[in-house]
Design a protein around this ligand. Structure first.
Ligand SMILES: Cc1cc2nc3c(=O)[nH]c(=O)nc-3n(C[C@H](O)[C@H](O)[C@H](O)COP(=O)(O)OP(=O)(O)OC[C@H]3O[C@@H](n4cnc5c(N)ncnc54)[C@H](O)[C@@H]3O)c2cc1C
Length: 405
């Protein structure tokens, strides 16, 4: 579709856009019940998880049992069959409550690949169990140590041998791998030199980790500045049944790309939730903390960074909703999803910085949760895609500038 047609299509969607999101009573109810669920997991819970570098299993189980992690699964497979707007409301509220959805958000954005490209048999096999909270689809093996952002250069190989693929290689930053039953793995099935199109030759396999861990798969945790349960994963002749190939062999890169808009919109919604949490916390403190005989929030030097972060957050929020509306309508939303992700990640960081500064020394004390959230929200300018790569997408695909890499 040409750029003009895409722009026209987007413009004509303006009204529908806003209707699909916040006006809906259903979404408002979801937000309210997620808030109530999160109240059972206060700051003390998250501080303990952070201190012990532990996975918040109780929280993830509670979200799964309440059906929130399966809202995108169609009703025929036991899910709620909602649009992306439902999922983004959930993730935003989780973050706004001071919790950390990174423990489980991937199940929402990886679902799309299985829904769009999985066979009927695969959907029957996995989706009802995922919807029931009995099976976890939380690990996403794309990034590798030597290729980084250059996904097409990845080196993990899946070689077909009879009715199996034999996988060899290494992934890095595979988050939640220790807490997942299934992994979506992107591996090379045709050598790079033998493909006609540079994007061909990669395939997605649904790896049943419970089997793979018995035969050649090893997971090693990586400690990071925040509690993120991320790992490196090694594959040494791991045998994966050929029936676990998602879609067509060699087309995997496209499948992963097609899920990226949803991923960006959902992560952006989390950043909006973070920004709101920081701004609520900072505003409350600025009203109550008295220095020099008046609330610190009376000083414009304290007000302005908060007001500025708020304005940035609201602008980013509009873009998140716009991208989600386009996504729901099946329109191309690459531009909006990328912009939403970048602006929301910047807004949450701006709010984090203003919140920390507003709290002065107390911002550094664990019990205020600010330093924890500060560390957690910083990630989103780097992962799942760095702001630089979003800028180069906009430069090349929207502004028509020459490809830079
Ligand atoms: C905590 C955490 C969790 C993660 N979870 C997952 C996961 O579950 N699954 C998964 O597959 N991956 C995951 N990732 C990986 C993440 O997606 C990558 O870290 C990210 O895409 C950047 O890749 P890289 O770290 O290899 O950086 P590199 O590609 O080495 O880039 C380093 C820096 O150089 C910049 N850069 C590189 N090329 C260009 C260019 N052409 N133009 C301008 N700037 C450039 C980048 O923007 C970046 O700032 C996670 C990462 C982290 C830190």
């Amino acid at each position: 579709m040409g750029r003009n047609r895409r722009v026209q299509q987007r413009e004509s969607l303006t009204k529908m856009d806003f209707k699909t999101i916040d006006d809906a009573d259903e979404i408002a109810q979801i937000r309210e019940s997620v808030r109530r669920l999160c109240e059972q997991f206060p700051g003390e819970y998250w501080r303990r998880m952070d201190r012990e570098n532990a996975y918040p299993s109780e929280f993830v189980n509670a979200l799964s049992q309440a059906g929130y992690l399966s809202v995108l699964i169609p009703e025929e497979y036991g899910g709620a069959g909602m649009q992306l707007s439902g999922a983004l409301a959930i993730l935003e509220e989780v973050q706004r409550a001071g919790a950390n959805g990174a423990a489980c958000h991937a199940q929402m954005y990886m679902m799309g690949a299985l829904l769009r490209h999985g066979s009927d048999e695969q959907k029957q096999r996995y989706l009802p169990a995922i919807a029931a909270g009995e099976l976890r689809l939380q690990s996403f093996g794309v990034t590798e140590p030597t290729s980084g952002t250059d996904t097409l250069a990845l080196k993990t190989v899946a070689r077909r041998e009879g009715d199996h693929y034999v996988v060899n290689g290494q992934k890095v930053w595979t988050s939640r791998a220790e807490h997942s039953d299934l992994m979506l793995l992107l591996a090379r099935t045709t050598p790079r030199e033998e493909v006609q199109k540079r994007t061909d030759g990669l395939s997605v396999l649904i790896v049943d980790q419970r089997e793979a861990l018995k035969g050649g798969m090893t997971i090693k945790p990586i400690r990071t500045m925040m509690n993120h349960s991320t790992t490196e994963v090694f594959f040494d002749n791991v045998r994966v049944p050929a029936e676990n190939l998602l879609g067509e062999e060699g087309k995997g890169f496209r499948y992963i790309l097609s899920g990226m808009n949803a991923e960006r919109i959902l992560i952006a919604a989390e950043c909006i939730g973070d920004a709101k949490w920081f701004l609520d916390k900072a505003s409350a403190y600025a009203k109550e903390r008295v220095v020099f005989g008046r609330p610190i929030g009376q000083n414009q030097g304290v007000q302005f960074p908060l007001a500025k972060a708020y304005a940035h957050m609201r602008a980013a929020e509009l873009m998140v909703h716009r991208a989600a509306g386009l996504y729901a309508a099946g329109a191309n939303c690459g531009e909006e999803a990328n912009i939403a992700k970048m602006l929301a990640a910047e807004a949450s960081w701006m709010a984090a910085e203003a919140c920390l500064q507003t709290h002065g020394g107390f911002g550094f004390a664990e019990e205020y949760d600010i330093e924890r959230k500060f560390r957690e929200t910083r990630l989103y300018q780097v992962a799942p895609i760095s702001s630089n790569l979003i800028l180069s997408y906009l430069a090349e695909h929207v502004l028509g500038l020459p490809r830079s890499y």
